[in-house]
Design a protein around this ligand. Structure first.
Ligand SMILES: [Ca+2]
Length: 293
């Protein structure tokens, strides 16, 4: 291709040019104005569309109870997971904090390690051969041998500890806000973080966590709901209505739904609550449409 390639000639070239010469500039201004007009119109329509977004975009789910097991009604459950058929539980409150291995079906404690009285234990997760236990406002993280529950070390930790879980690479931490942080299990440094959002609404007080099959499942403090969260974005992809699970009123104000553990052998979830006398094995299922009377 040559820069000097001749342009096709037109008999009307000079006429066209003069016509353009007389009209293009005003037309250019008009186009410019149209672009601004359309930009404002569609921009505000976008904003209006955004403002019209319902508070929730997430599908509503519910649960089906498969089994009911006993649970220690004095356990202020803060962390829960199952690995190799063993259930690990962390309990909170001062003078009552512990780390346990529990028989899933009987609720019997196989190993129990009590924490010092001034500790308030929170979420737990495992990575490799280690088990990590958060503390609420002690600003320490405790690291144990996963099998014996012997304490290996305790490290300073800059965050309030609420929920903890792990994926193949990271520890995943909640601190009671809408922020979920990914931590390097060796250095405990923050690698990345997400904010939990349902539609355009931030959801705070994210509590116990469970990573499973490309989603984070999360309790929300004092709510009968489990959120299903997209790990990369924080977007809530499902809201599981857990109301009615425990048919008992517990006098203690601290009692509430908390604790999610997946059993990867059965692909079922075990859920309980702080001071709940029962542990439920459940499946999450679509919520049937509401009947119109
Ligand atoms: Ca969990």
């Amino acid at each position: 291709m040559s820069k000097t390639r001749p342009q096709p000639k037109s008999d009307h070239a000079s006429e066209s040019y003069s016509a353009r010469d007389s009209s293009v500039r005003p037309l250019g201004n008009k186009i410019y104005l149209w672009v601004i007009f359309l930009g404002i119109t569609f921009g505000s329509m976008g904003l209006m569309t955004y403002l019209r977004l319902p508070p929730s975009q997430a599908p509503q789910l519910t649960y089906k109870v498969l089994n009911t097991f006993p649970h220690d009604r004095t356990a202020f459950t803060q962390g829960l997971f199952i690995q190799n058929g063993r259930m690990y539980e962390s309990t909170g409150r001062f003078k009552q904090s512990s780390l346990r291995i529990v028989d899933v079906t009987t609720g019997n404690q196989e190993i129990t390690k009590n924490l010092p009285d001034n500790y308030f234990a929170e979420g737990i997760a495992t990575f490799g051969s280690k088990l990590y236990q958060l503390t609420f406002q002690n600003y320490k993280i405790r690291i144990y041998d996963k099998d014996s529950l012997e304490l290996i070390e305790e490290r300073e930790f800059p965050f309030e500890g609420w929920g903890l879980t792990s994926d193949a690479d990271y520890l995943i931490l909640s601190d009671g806000s809408s922020t979920i942080r990914y931590l390097d299990p060796e250095t405990l440094k923050v690698v990345s973080k997400i904010n939990v959002r349902d539609g355009r609404q931030a959801i705070s007080e994210i509590n116990e966590l469970e990573y499973y099959d490309g989603r984070i499942y999360a309790n929300v403090w004092r709510e009968d709901v489990i959120l299903q969260i997209q790990p990369a974005t924080g977007r809530v992809t499902g809201k599981i209505d857990m109301s009615g699970l425990l048919d008992e009123i517990i006098a203690d104000d601290g009692a509430c739904l908390n604790g999610i553990a997946v059993n990867k052998e059965t692909n079922t979830f075990y859920v309980t609550g702080k001071l709940w006398p029962k542990m439920f094995e459940v499946k999450f299922v679509e919520k049937p449409p509401e009947k119109n009377e």
